[in-house]
Design a protein. Structure first.
Length: 504
């Protein structure tokens, strides 16, 4: 199958998400769409898959113009999509998920699961997947669930596959396995569109690379191109991809966590009796596939989790049972993983967001009255220091790009007198240039003597920033290891294995 997109444009009101984008994918080719989050990659693929209708342009398959009114027509034309967030029913079996939406029936209208089971076995054998058609999906590891997604699209005879940020929830080993699967599909003649923002993966598997920035194609690149060259195309300027930092100047133990357990209202344990400490001037990075207790750990330190047992002390002060206000007063700075939900108020101005956690005290409020001059001067200073790009301090923060929104959060948290910085997914959804800046600010905080707990699903970020790495799996500490621990060892730990010599 030959796929071509010609001058595809998609608008959402005044926002032009895709601006006259054109590219082609040949049979037996992996064509990578490289760009930062928000560049328009997923929107473009949703147009291809029939989820959106293009405002302008056309899609051609084997030189025939297509007008998909929904995913069903795209699937019938031979296009399959493996989504970043799996489109599976957790309580169904593999075979039931594979047949879902394309059910065949036998005698008296009974669902023909035997055919589905045989199709799963056939595709599994062909690719070495080792997937049991009768396994319940929620009981399968994340990497195997992704293979179920691939089996599902292949069972419908897809000739063109779209992988949308497919490695976001995978360990390094599972990522390598996926790359091998993609190469095998390519070698059998399948065309693949690979959407990602991870330079390491692009260079490992792409045959061709098209770079998208702010909804437009800004160039094509060779898979042999250096990472710095690809990053510059993505951002529009040269950026440094390495974090410059000196060895840590360690102080006393500052944050001490003992026997910490966090559960939810249903009694499900998310953090299971963990112990660790962080010294002043040190970055302890928490590694692990998303959903293994990292979010609950970070929120427990700030007082956002209510069902907590054990002890969390900062400079000897107990935080378990304390309110969020008391945690902030104790010197905890918090960069939440979801800035739009938990970090910012979109309708508030930049200046108002910069004072959110100090809106009740000096220097911004005195005797219940806002000191506008102090807030104005502070906000203007922070916009300059943190390179927040906006018309002015009265700009609603919700109108800013993701990178600039994140800079507002980081500026607010690091402008206080901190005793601990908890940074949870600090660069999620921001461009390479903003990542470079935020990493620098985290290192500056560490070098000033602030202990840092960094939570990140990006292993490259963990390795770049950490002084030590703590790996979580299903809420438990697999081990705490040096920052120079090999990636393959970290990958095994992220899958729950404890290599010889590693202590919990």
């Amino acid at each position: 199958m030959h796929l071509a997109l010609r001058n595809v444009t998609k608008r959402f009101g005044s926002l032009v998400a895709n601006d006259r984008i054109s590219f082609t994918v040949e049979p037996g080719e992996i064509h990578c769409l490289l760009g930062e989050n928000g560049a328009g990659k997923s929107t473009l693929m949703n147009v291809l898959y029939g989820l959106y209708t293009a405002d302008e342009g056309e899609i051609l398959i084997d030189d025939v113009v297509q007008n998909f009114s929904g995913p069903g027509e795209a699937i019938a034309a031979g296009i399959g999509m493996v989504h970043q967030h799996f489109m599976l029913v957790p309580t169904f079996t593999v075979a039931e998920n594979v047949v879902l939406g394309n059910e065949s029936t036998g005698f008296a209208g009974a669902l023909d699961l035997d055919t589905a089971r045989e199709r799963v076995r056939e595709i599994s054998a062909r690719f070495g997947f080792k997937v049991d058609p009768d396994a319940i999906v929620e009981d399968l590891p994340v990497g195997v669930q992704q293979r179920v997604e691939i089996i599902k699209v292949l069972s419908r005879d897809a000739k063109m596959l779209v992988f949308d940020e497919p490695t976001a929830v995978l360990t390094p080993q599972e990522t390598d396995e996926l790359m091998a699967i993609m190469r095998q599909l390519r070698d059998e003649g399948t065309g693949i569109v690979f959407i990602t923002h991870k330079l390491r993966e692009v260079r490992a598997v792409a045959d061709r690379i098209t770079v998208i920035r702010r909804g437009k194609v800004v160039g094509e690149a060779s898979p042999k191109a250096e990472s710095a060259e690809l990053a510059a195309l993505m951002v529009g300027r040269p950026v440094s991809l390495t974090v410059q930092k000196d060895p840590p100047r360690l102080g006393d133990e500052a944050l001490v966590v003992r026997d910490l357990t966090v559960s939810d209202a249903s009694g499900l344990v998310h953090v299971d009796n963990i112990n660790f400490s962080i010294r002043a001037g040190e970055i302890l990075a928490v590694a692990g596939v998303q959903g293994n207790g990292q979010t609950e750990l970070a929120e427990a330190i700030l007082g956002l989790q209510k069902r907590v047992s054990g002890s969390i002390t900062l400079d000897g002060k107990e935080l378990v049972g304390a309110s969020v206000r008391k945690a902030l007063d104790a010197g905890v700075g918090f960069v939440p993983e979801d800035r739009q939900t938990n970090g910012l108020v979109g309708t508030f101005t930049i200046a108002e967001n910069l004072m959110l956690n100090r809106s009740f005290r000096l220097p911004f409020v005195r005797r219940g009255s806002l000191r506008r001059a102090e807030l104005r001067d502070f906000a203007q200073k922070k916009m300059e220091e943190y390179d927040v790009r906006a018309p002015g301090i009265t700009t609603p923060v919700g109108t800013l790009s993701g990178g600039n929104q994140q800079k507002v959060v980081v500026a607010r948290e690091l402008s206080r007198d901190l005793r601990l910085l908890v940074a949870s997914q600090p660069t999620r959804g921001v461009d390479v240039g903003s990542i470079e800046f935020i990493h620098q600010q985290v290192v500056v905080a560490r070098d000033s003597g602030i202990p840092v707990l960094l939570v990140s699903a990006e292993l490259d970020e963990v390795v770049a920033l950490a002084d030590r790495i703590m790996v979580l799996y299903r809420g438990q500490v697999v081990g705490i290891v040096p920052a120079d621990t090999p990636r393959d060892v970290l990958g095994l730990m992220m899958a729950g294995e404890r290599p010889a010599g590693v202590e919990a």
